[in-house]
Write a protein that binds this ligand. Structure first.
Ligand code: SF4
Ligand code: MG
Length: 323
């Protein structure tokens, strides 16, 4: 709720603060149990910072993060050590680069053993069994237990890091660009596997990527981010039929799929660069690149409001209703 993760920018000889990067700027979203919430945006839009903030790897500057601990909601930014431990057993992360979760100098069994030990699996035989089961879930056999990460292909490595996230039996997995580093031919395999596992274990995913077609394929709902802000939230199935925000339209028009809806088949090229996050335009953050910009857009920041369907929200003056 109203989450902000800002960083000071230091400069000059005395390393004084010369600005602020608003990586995540007043973001309010809810993640519903059992769904996949997709988050999409260009690099630098704040989606990885949002993921790290959700994982308590970055400290938010402001805002709350409410998590449902068996019916009791607690603000995870204010947990005591015991509850942080509980939270970390419920929420796991899968990164773009599997090397960041797999130690290259450790055999697979060692990489998995540590989190299991930390999370209370005391019996070594039970731990080994748990590791074998997690590897099976990602279609890898126990023959791989004593190998090193470099002995695997990129796709296998990513499956191993998914298995490692699964081994302590989490409820929510935050996936930050999990297939972006993989060949396109391997991407679909990993995505489909993730979908199967989700169904089987009744998991909740937050799925982050810069590629809208991948996010739409995986998600029930999609959040579109631009320069630290949410500009649109929509059901995934509705987004390509009825995109509202000009930025979403531009992202969609870059997706190389046959466009069924004739009226929307024109490409909308994005002009201009993504502005520096230190120097965000006043008013609407997209105003310097927007083909539909109006006078008000550089003066007033558009609020995120629902439009049409209840689950569809957009931050753009084309749709702003008087409050
Ligand atoms: Fe474009 Fe204005 Fe909407 Fe921003 S508020 S996306 S500049 S039309
Ligand atoms: Mg990123």
């Amino acid at each position: 709720k109203n989450l902000k993760t800002h960083y000071p920018v230091l400069g000059g000889f005395f390393r004084k603060q010369i600005g602020t990067v608003k990586a995540v700027d007043d973001v309010t979203i809810d993640v519903r149990r059992g769904e996949t919430l997709g988050i999409v945006g260009e690099s630098g839009c704040g989606k990885s910072t949002l993921a790290k903030t959700m994982m308590l790897l970055e400290k938010p500057t402001e805002g709350k993060m409410l998590y449902d601990f068996n019916g009791e909601q607690k603000d995870v930014t204010k947990l005591n050590a015991g509850d942080v431990f509980d939270f970390r057993s419920r929420v796991q992360m899968v990164f773009q680069d599997p090397y960041s979760s797999l130690n290259p100098s450790k055999r697979i069994i060692e990489s998995f053993d540590e989190p299991l030990r930390v999370h209370g699996y005391k019996n070594p035989a039970e731990r080994k069994q748990r590791i074998i089961e997690s590897l099976r879930m990602v279609n890898l056999s126990e023959d791989y237990l004593y190998r090193f990460p470099h002995e695997f292909s990129g796709g296998q490595r990513q499956r191993i890091s998914i298995a490692r996230a699964l081994c302590i039996n989490p409820e929510l997995i935050i996936c930050d660009e999990p297939v972006s580093a993989l060949d396109v031919s391997i991407q679909a395999q990993v995505l489909n596997l993730m979908k199967e596992i989700q169904k089987e274990l009744n998991l909740t995913y937050v799925f982050i990527a810069h590629d809208l077609s991948v996010v739409q394929y995986m998600s029930d709902r999609v959040v579109v981010m631009y320069l630290g802000k949410i500009v649109e939230i929509s059901e995934a199935s509705n987004l390509h039929v009825n995109p509202l925000h000009p930025y979403t339209e531009a992202l969609l028009s870059a997706v190389p799929v046959p466009v069924v809806n004739e009226g929307k088949s024109k490409r909308i090229p994005l002009t201009g660069d993504v502005p520096s996050p230190i120097n965000r335009p006043s008013g609407c953050p997209f105003s310097n690149r927007c083909p539909k910009r109006m006078d008000i857009c550089t003066q007033v920041e558009p609020p995120l409001q629902s439009y049409g369907e209840e689950d569809h929200q957009v931050a753009c003056h084309l749709y702003t209703k008087p409050i």
